[in-house]
Structures are given as C-alpha cells and as structure tokens.
Design a protein around this ligand. Structure first.
Ligand SMILES: [Fe+2]
Length: 396
C-alpha cells in the first residue's frame, strides 16, 4: 500500500512561490493542490471550494534496496504566482502501483516583503541526544510542538539534526517524524553540522539555493546567510577542505561578496561551529570570519554544536562593543548538556543555560526580538536589538 513516508514539508519560501516536498513508500506520480484561504475559515475548506492550482510533481527515485528495487520516491512541486505574505491551504496526492496516498490539508504562508514584520524560530541538535534515546526522543517532540504553538513564518535548524547523516533512517527518526506538524506548515532552512557528515541525504531531501551547503536568502527585512562550517574546520574525523579560512577559500569569498552586496536592514548569519561559547566545543578558528562579519554589518550570528544555550555580549574585534558589536547565540536547542559548560562564564558570556530550548524571534524594521523558551514553553531569556533610521543600535 502506498504511503507518505515523509512530509509534506515546505521549502524555499518566496514572496510569490513555495516549494513542497514529500516522500512516498514506492513508485508513484504526484501533485500538489493549492486552495485560497480567508479569514472566515480556518482549516476546513468551504463546501465545494475549487483549487486555485494543481501542479504535477517532479518525482525521482530516492532509495534502492540491494536487489535494485526502488522502494521510495521523492516528490517536489512549486506553487507560483502567489501573493506575498499570504496564507493558503495545500495538500499533496500521490498515485502509483501501491494505490493512492493523500495528505491532510495544511496551511502555508508566502514570504513577506521588505517592511513587513515576520517571525522565525530556531533550534538544532535534534540528533544530539541520540546516544541516550534511539527513538528520536520526547525532547524532540516537545521542542517541535512548542515551536509550532507560536506559528513562526520560518524555522532555522543550526545543524546536527540527525545522529549520522549517512543513515537514511536517522532523517526520519530524529527530524521528519517528530517535526512533522511543524515542517508541514513552516518552511525551514538548515545548515550542515558534523553529524550530517555532508551526506548525500542532505542534498536529496532539501532544496536549498546553490551550492546548497552554503547559501543566502532574504525574508522580510532580514538577509540570512548560511555557511558550512564543517567545510572550514576539521572536527574529529569529519573531512573538511584543506584551504585556510581566508580570501581564496570559495566559501569565504562567497561570504564577503554576499554580505557586501546586501542592503538589507538586518543581517543574520548561521553556521554550526560556535566562535564564542563558555563551554566545550568552542571552535576558535571560526573567529577568522569575524572581521568580515563585522565589516559588513552583521547583527546576529546563530551557532550550535555545544548543546547548551548561550548568548554573547555584542562583540567587535574580540571585545564587548555595544555600538557596533555582533551578538553570537549558541542554540544547541533540543539537547542539554550542563556538564559541557565550563565551571564559570567567560568574558563574552551574557546569558547561558543548559536546558532543551528554542528561540522564538520577531522582526520589524526597527526591532529584532528574541524570546528563548524551554521544552515546556517557559521563557528564560529575552533580548532585543533596536535600530534607528541611521542604523545605530541599542541592546535591551
Ligand atoms: Fe556538532
């Protein structure tokens, strides 16, 4: 019997487009169906409501068993010609040798344009407790459920979302299964952590901009830049490029070109290895990027790898600088390793706590606000950056 194994899940949110992906248990064709939403109905469609769009999917074999039989297909559709910042409903359907499979109806919302507020959520390390709980764990389910309660427009995952990226089953166990309700309604981006191991599955499941292990995109008034820190720095046995962090490294050159060409009101960069954390697994080599981040006005850097929460003071030139500094936030979200924190804070530590958590952020032109909550939704950090018309910042 044909089944939906993963998804549907949302990718590449645009102001006028949205991509939907899903995986079926066998060979099948597929389509995505889009419906208009209105403020007068919330979920169930009006009787007899006709679809706005039906888009035939691209469907490609994903998994082959040892006997050569294709046992799963991945499907992708993109809805186009949508309105910015607008909610719709969608479902996906597949039909193949094993019958038909159809998802329930889910909401989606296109990206907002410049000047329009939006919200995003952040976490990571859903594979981080894997050595303790091979089922994906209650913590993951709680974190994903709490994130969804706040109805973010976008979600970011800062790596190590699986235990072993080369293991097909891990992507379901730690990520797609516990995250199903969030990921079907919230477009998401993630970056490579060491546990993803730059595995082929990352590229098969996700549809990120080229070259896909690092990329950038705009959402509202934010320019987001994602880097692959595992390509910059050797960690354990994980391979990396041998080029030093600096001009001539393709990713370093991309970062400089990307940040220098963006005039966005806010700039947020995310990558896995943390340049600043008062705990285990700080990766000081990543500070080689700081001059570029500072030069082009990055406001916040999001990291993971150390399975704690930590927020730095605004930092510039390796000193506290409330006028021009960058705030570095480690959101090693779904896990919590108190023993990974050093016995005492370091000079750059503004707030730090080892509990499972996620960040709920809201963005306006004037204000970037981060609320940080544990797996039961209890607030334990609140931080705001305000920016005036001339770009001068204040931190609260
Ligand atoms: Fe890591």
């Amino acid at each position: 019997m044909l089944e939906l194994i993963k998804g549907p899940y949302l990718q590449n949110p645009g102001e006028t487009s949205m991509t939907v992906r899903w995986e079926t248990s066998g060979r099948a064709a597929g389509k995505g169906v889009l419906y208009a939403a209105s403020r007068t109905h919330n979920g169930p469609l009006e009787a007899g409501q006709e679809p706005m769009q039906e888009v035939i999917s691209e469907s490609v074999p994903l998994l082959e068993k040892e006997d050569g039989i294709v046992s799963s297909f991945i499907h992708s559709v993109t809805f186009n010609e949508l309105e910015p910042g607008t909610a719709y409903f969608y479902r996906v359907c597949s039909e193949g040798e094993g019958g038909t499979a159809e998802s329930q109806l889910y909401p989606l919302k296109t990206s907002t344009g410049k000047g329009t507020p939006f919200s995003f959520a952040v976490t990571s390390e859903t594979g981080g407790f894997s050595w303790m709980d091979k089922t994906g764990g209650e913590i993951n389910r709680s974190i994903f459920a709490q994130m969804k309660r706040f109805r973010p427009d976008l979600a970011l995952f800062i790596g190590d979302i699986v235990d072993d990226g080369n293991r097909y089953e891990d992507w379901d166990t730690y990520y797609f299964a516990p995250g199903k309700e969030l990921l079907s309604t919230t477009p998401f981006y993630s970056c490579l952590g060491n546990h993803e191991d730059n595995a082929a599955w990352f590229y098969r499941f996700f549809a990120y901009p080229q070259p896909r292990n690092y990329y950038s995109f705009d959402y509202g008034d934010v320019h987001f830049t994602c880097l692959d820190s595992t390509d910059f720095v050797q960690w354990g046995d994980y391979p990396n490029s041998s080029a030093p962090i600096g001009p001539g490294h393709p990713q370093y050159d991309f970062l400089e070109q990307d940040l220098s060409s963006s005039g966005a009101r806010w700039k947020i960069v995310f990558f896995h290895y943390p340049p600043y954390v008062s705990g285990s697994y700080q990766v000081e080599a990543m500070r080689e990027l700081c001059p570029v981040l500072e030069k082009y006005g990055v406001d916040v850097v999001l990291n993971s790898h150390t399975i704690v929460y930590e927020r730095s003071f605004p930092l510039k030139a390796n000193k506290v600088d409330f006028d021009e500094g960058i705030v570095y936030i480690v959101s090693g979200g779904a896990g919590a390793m108190p023993e990974w924190l050093l016995p005492k804070r370091e000079w750059h530590t503004a707030q730090s706590l080892a509990v499972p958590h996620f960040i709920q952020a809201v963005v306006t032109r004037e204000r970037l606000e981060f609320k940080v909550m544990d797996e039961e939704g209890r607030l334990f950090d609140l931080y705001q950056i305000r920016k005036d018309a001339d770009g001068r910042k204040q931190h609260f």
